[in-house]
Design a protein around this ligand. Structure first.
Ligand SMILES: NC(=O)c1ccc[n+]([C@@H]2O[C@H](COP(=O)([O-])OP(=O)(O)OC[C@H]3O[C@@H](n4cnc5c(N)ncnc54)[C@H](O)[C@@H]3O)[C@@H](O)[C@H]2O)c1
Length: 339
């Protein structure tokens, strides 16, 4: 299948593209390369990539593709909170424009990278796909809006699928250090200390980047009836963990490191446990099998084998900081467009 992957040069895209290629797909990327140089270890080999902002996408960019995997976004909460309008423009408005362009160009399947953050501050029960969505950040709000608007485009020829990923973890050639396990293991390796600036009680479902890639790969070829216009939580109940449990796994992966849970009240109200039964039922044989412990060990090994410094870790791999640095250097304008 010929597939266009937006955001292919990001953290998840750099893991997903080889998985899609190994499944026999012909992959073309679409990315402005905001984090293309945030490389940990050996640089990945990118597929042919259209270097263009998704805010400028045209139906002609989508011609000849059977499917689109849409990952490109400003991908986290702090960034969204700082720049809510730009988050809205890229994550919501441009995503709907992309979906409309894809439909116009005759693309059949459109896989959208949504997030379990759409559930926000949920109650005690594990959330399912039909649970109320209570987004608490502009980032999560943008994802809810895309799901709604793109769902409206579904018809006999256009098959959108919404994959609500848990928070990712694990090694990627293009690392992100601003997601919880990657961050905690990095600090354990670099400073010998795992520090949690809250009481550690909020629930965070986690999933390995490779398990996300596998879910997308299987959704490409799943029968229409199994996935058409549906949303799926992507992850596993085994990785519904509290921040304190995640921190313990980070500490265990780095012998000699210490764990410090300060007990301060966190500013992040997200807390949710997630039910992942629907994706297992829709994609027979699919199971997100990477445990948090295995991911923590994988990350520790990747960090140790790379020439990594604390400043580099906190600067080169934190999305918000990279964007601010590129703006200061005149490489990006105020709207995060390439100059
Ligand atoms: N990583 C996670 O924990 C996680 C969890 C749930 C959902 N998601 C979603 O998965 C997707 C990928 O996440 P990621 O962690 O790989 O993020 P990332 O920041 O590493 O990658 C995003 C990619 O999109 C590109 N991009 C951003 N704005 C663009 C624009 N205007 N035009 C063209 N390209 C643009 C960037 O250059 C980058 O390569 C995002 O939509 C994110 O919201 C990620």
């Amino acid at each position: 299948m010929r597939i266009l992957v937006t955001g292919n040069q990001g953290y998840l895209g750099s893991v997903m593209v080889p998985v899609l290629q190994a499944a026999g797909h012909d992959v073309v990327g679409y990315d402005t390369g905001l984090f293309a140089d945030s490389v940990l270890g050996a640089a990945p080999t990118d597929p042919p990539t259209i270097r263009k902002d998704i805010r400028d996408v045209q139906p002609s960019d989508l011609e000849g593709f059977e499917a689109v995997i849409h990952l490109a976004a400003l991908s986290n909460d702090p960034l969204g909170a700082l720049e809510p309008q730009i988050t809205h423009d890229i994550n919501h408005h441009a995503s709907v424009r992309l979906a409309k362009a894809a439909k116009e160009a005759g693309v059949r399947r459109f896989l959208y990278a949504s997030t379990c953050s759409v559930y926000g501050a949920a109650g005690a029960d594990a959330v399912k796909e039909d649970s109320p969505m209570r987004p608490v950040t502009p980032y999560a709000e943008s994802k809810v809006r895309v799901e709604g608007d793109v769902h409206d485009l579904a018809d006999a020829e256009f098959e959108p699928v919404f994959l609500r990923n848990a928070t990712a973890f694990g090694a990627s050639p293009r690392l992100r250090a601003d997601i919880v396990l990657n961050n905690l293991v990095g600090h354990a390796v670099l400073s010998g200390r795992v520090l949690v600036l809250s009481d550690g009680t909020p629930w965070r479902p986690l999933v390995h980047a490779k398990d996300i890639a596998e879910a997308f790969s299987r959704c490409l070829t799943a029968p229409r009836d199994a996935v058409h216009a549906k949303a799926f939580n992507v992850g596993t109940e085994a990785n519904n963990a509290t921040v304190a449990q995640i921190a313990q796994e980070a500490q265990r992966a780095v012998p000699g490191s210490t764990l410090d849970i300060t007990g301060e009240t966190g500013s992040d109200p997200r807390s949710y446990r997630v039910d992942f039964g629907a994706i297992r039922a829709a994609l027979p044989g699919y199971d997100a099998s990477w445990s948090i412990a295995d991911g923590a060990r994988e990350l520790a090994a990747a960090y140790r084998s790379a020439p990594l410094t604390r400043d580099g870790f906190d600067g080169d791999f934190v999305r918000l900081k990279v964007l601010q640095r590129k703006q200061e250097a005149g490489l990006l304008d105020a709207g995060f467009r390439l100059r």
